[in-house]
Structure formats: structure tokens, C-alpha cells
Design a binder for this molecule. Structure first.
Ligand SMILES: Cc1cc2nc3c(=O)[nH]c(=O)nc-3n(C[C@H](O)[C@H](O)[C@H](O)COP(=O)(O)O)c2cc1C
Length: 444
């Protein structure tokens, strides 16, 4: 069996699957049940001066029959006293010494206050500290959370205060509500962060009730902006993780977060540079049991790939994220439609005709199967010379493997936009088309 255990800043975790700071990690009761279910680690619901929450707190977006594709919340940090949380951390560590307990912290931006909470948390036995510089609502208005994480100088300064006293590794949790999250990661690193975790939630207003005019979630008819997460944010989180992983001034371990719900999502985050992954919404939606499938799926995947440890996967896709200017302009693919599988819905035709490059034609052909009482179907075919290989027809096609994109050998050399600019500088008489074709003939 492949080894799922990870080394995160020198801390060993039985597997990369950690619960993210949030409602599922509010109490020792929950975290112990999560560890029993198989989670390798848990980031405690952010500890700080306890707050009072509102009812209601959550709103969500459904996608057809799938509920909670995006979840929005206006919940703040822990509403439980600091000493209760710390006592429970100690209890959990005693019962589960091998599992990773991360204490998420957020206190006032004062050096002594940070020193005090760090010392108390370490005394309780947490393996790692996570500084919550990311909460986009409520706490930021009080000068904490995203208010720190959006200003690089503050992030560097407060991380520095923490590192003055911390004996355990420090993770800085980043907010996605910035222009360049990699720049913020570099700021955390400059303050001495041992690792970064990302993303916290995205600033959002999830919906408005058309009858009452109240935003959701509503607190007595009023609402406030909140934090968005769940499957809907995964692509944005993936990009952010890859940007941080590539940044030359970061180069510290990453804990990836944002819309992870199964082992495949987790593998994507790991391939893009995450050593551990954190899950909140999916655990809120389906419970702790989802980790069993994640463990089994990851084990099978590693076995299929002939890898003995999950650590071998970390960052494998990072070198494949390139500047657009380095992509090969001579790489060509075209759409192929399997007429036998086509159901004649015409979605590909309409998408290409109205939304892309008018490269699909439709003709009527007899159906082989007359049981449905219809003897003609509209079979689209691709004008191969015109097809630009954009993928749109394959994306809209509802039939698996009916439209595939196949590579065409153009016989042309690799030519990126950057190479093209360089070549143009050297031989100004050649047109872009001639240079792409690998020809250096003078332009007529
Ligand atoms: C209701 C709710 C409460 C949250 N509370 C915290 C928190 O106290 N501290 C924190 O760092 N992140 C908090 N988060 C953010 C999550 O840890 C996580 O970063 C985010 O939800 C993205 O992951 P997901 O898509 O798996 O939910 C909270 C998220 C939700 C949905």
C-alpha cells in the first residue's frame, strides 16, 4: 500500500486530509469523531476573544439538482472561551497523538496579545499554528482577519511577532480577496512564515430574495457581505495555489483549500503544490465519512501511478503552468464527432455557430434505430480546415466521448508568442504566418 503520510514543516501527519477551520472543527467532540473517521489532521475553529454570532448565517447556490455548490457565510470566529478551546486541544492531542492538530488564531493586532495567545496555544500542545489573516467579514471590520491579510506590511509584521515566540511551525492562512495572492504569500514568508494555507473565503453576496428584497442569509431582513466557498470556488483556489507554488520568493509548504470534496479534487491541489489539503464545506454537507473515499481513492491512484508515497505527487504539475507567451502557437487540435454516438441535439452546432467560429455543419441522416418513431437525425460534422480547436463543442456535448479533440500534425516547429516576437525582431521582412510556418523567406 502506498504511504499516505506527509511531512508538513517537520510535522508528520497520517494522511494529507485535514479539516479546515470552521464549524466541523468547533469542539474536541467533533475533532475526535473526525479522527476516528480517518482525517489526518484538523485546523481548530479560529480561536480568539469569543464573539456572538447571528441567526441566520449561511446562504448557498444550487446548480440544478446539486445543492450547495457554493456556500456563503457571515459566521465569525469561535464563540467559545479561549481557555475552553485550549483545554480541548490538549485533550485531543492526548487521545490522538499521531493526528495533526493545528490551532487557528486571530487576535487584536498587538504584539503582546499575539505573544500571549501563541504561548498559551503551544502549552496546550498544538502541532502547528495557523494565523487567520483571511476572514473577509466581521473580523476585518475590527482590524483583524482580511484587514491584516490584505496589507503585505501588516502580514509581514504580525507573522514576525508570532515568530518571535513560536516554537512550533507557523502557517499563515491567506485571503483570496487581494489582487495578487502570491505577493501576500511572499509577505508572509518575509515575516518568517514556515508555510502558507489558502484560500480562505471569497467576499460575496450570495443572493437576494425577490419578494422581501432581503439579501441571503438574512438577519431580520438585513444582510451583510460574507465569505464564499465550496465546489464553486475550486478553480479559483487551484489557480491561486499554483501561483503561490510558482512564486520564487515563497518556496515553503502549502496547505491547499477551496472546494475540495473528493480524492480527485485533493490530487489536483497536491499536484499544484499542496502538501496537505483542507476541507470545510464538503464536511459540512456530507459529514466526516467522506474521508474514507478520499483515502481509498488516493491509495488506488498512487498505486496505479506506481508511486510509493503521496509526497512524490506534491507539485508535479507546477512546471506545467506556463506563461501564455510560452505556449506553442503551432500546436493544433480539431474536433471529431462520432456520428454513431451523436443524438442529434445540435448543441455543438449552435454553440459553434453563435458562440465560436462557425466550423460545424449539420445534415439530416436516417437513424439506424426506428423504435423512437423518428427516422431522421441531425448529424453535425466538423469543417476540419476551419476548426480552431477551441474545445467548446466538446464541452457542451451531453454525450460522453461523442466529441473528441484530436491532435493534427502540422509539421510546423514549436513557436510561442515570445519566440515569434524574437524572430520578428531578427527578420523584420517576414510575416507572422511565414515565421509560424517555419519559413524565413522575405515577405512579398
Ligand atoms: C461557516 C464557515 C465558517 C468558517 N470559519 C472559519 C474560521 O473560523 N477560520 C478560518 O480560518 N476559516 C474559516 N472558514 C473558511 C474555511 O476554513 C475554508 O478556508 C473555506 O471554507 C474554503 O474551503 P471549502 O471550500 O472546503 O469550504 C469558514 C468557512 C465556513 C463555511
Amino acid at each position: 500500500m502506498p504511504d499516505l503520510s506527509i511531512d508538513f514543516c517537520g510535522v508528520r501527519s497520517p494522511n494529507p486530509f485535514w479539516l479546515a477551520s470552521g464549524p466541523p472543527t468547533n469542539t474536541a467532540y467533533q475533532i475526535m469523531r473526525a479522527f476516528d473517521a480517518g482525517w489526518g489532521g484538523a485546523v481548530w475553529k479560529t480561536i480568539g476573544e469569543p464573539i456572538i454570532n447571528t441567526a441566520s448565517r449561511y446562504g448557498s447556490i444550487d446548480l440544478k439538482n446539486e445543492r450547495m455548490m457554493g456556500l456563503n457565510n457571515i459566521e465569525l470566529i469561535s464563540d467559545r472561551p479561549i481557555d475552553v478551546n485550549l483545554r480541548e486541544i490538549a485533550e485531543v492531542k492526548k487521545r490522538f497523538p499521531k493526528n495533526t492538530v493545528v490551532a487557528s488564531l486571530m487576535v487584536e493586532s498587538k504584539r503582546e496579545t499575539w505573544h500571549d495567545i501563541v504561548r498559551r496555544t503551544e502549552d496546550a500542545g498544538a502541532d502547528l499554528l495557523e494565523l487567520n489573516f483571511g476572514c473577509p467579514h466581521g473580523m476585518s471590520e475590527r482590524g483583524m482577519g482580511a484587514a491584516v491579510g490584505q496589507v503585505p506590511e501588516y502580514a509581514t509584521m504580525i507573522t514576525g511577532w508570532v515568530k518571535e515566540v513560536a516554537r512550533t511551525p507557523v502557517i499563515v492562512k491567506l485571503t483570496p480577496n487581494v489582487t495578487d495572492i502570491a505577493h501576500m504569500a511572499a509577505a508572509a514568508r518575509a515575516g518568517g512564515a514556515d508555510a502558507v494555507s489558502l484560500v480562505n473565503t471569497f467576499n460575496s453576496l450570495v443572493s437576494v430574495d425577490l419578494d422581501t428584497y432581503a439579501p441571503r442569509p438574512s438577519v431580520g431582513g438585513l444582510g451583510s457581505h460574507g465569505g464564499y466557498c465550496g465546489p464553486a470556488v475550486k478553480p479559483i483556489a487551484l489557480h491561486m495555489v499554483s501561483a503561490v507554488a510558482k512564486h520564487p520568493k515563497v518556496k515553503i509548504p502549502i496547505s491547499g483549500i477551496g472546494g475540495i470534496g473528493n480524492w480527485r479534487d485533493a490530487v489536483e491541489f497536491i499536484l499544484l503544490g499542496s502538501t496537505s489539503v483542507q476541507v470545510c464545506t464538503a464536511a459540512m454537507h456530507y459529514g466526516f465519512r467522506i474521508v474514507r473515499d478520499m483515502i481509498e481513492g488516493l491509495e488506488n491512484y498512487l498505486e496505479d501511478k506506481g508511486m510509493s508515497s503521496v509526497m512524490e505527487l506534491v507539485g508535479k504539475s507546477v512546471p506545467r503552468i506556463e506563461d501564455w507567451g510560452n505556449l506553442d502557437l503551432n500546436y493544433k487540435i480539431i474536433a471529431k464527432i462520432d456520428a454513431g454516438k451523436c443524438i442529434g441535439c445540435n448543441l455543438c452546432y449552435i454553440a459553434c455557430e453563435d458562440g465560436a467560429h462557425q466550423c460545424i455543419r449539420v445534415e439530416e441522416r436516417p437513424r439506424g434505430d426506428l423504435r423512437h418513431g423518428v427516422d431522421l437525425k441531425h448529424v453535425p460534422h466538423v469543417l476540419e480546415d476551419e476548426c480552431v480547436g477551441c474545445n467548446l463543442c466538446a464541452l457542451v456535448c451531453p454525450v460522453p466521448d461523442c466529441i473528441t479533440m484530436v491532435q493534427v500534425d502540422t509539421g510546423r516547429p514549436h513557436m510561442s508568442w515570445k519566440q515569434l516576437q524574437e524572430a520578428r525582431g531578427k527578420s523584420s521582412q517576414c510575416s507572422a504566418e511565414e515565421l509560424l510556418a517555419g519559413s524565413t523567406k522575405p515577405h512579398h
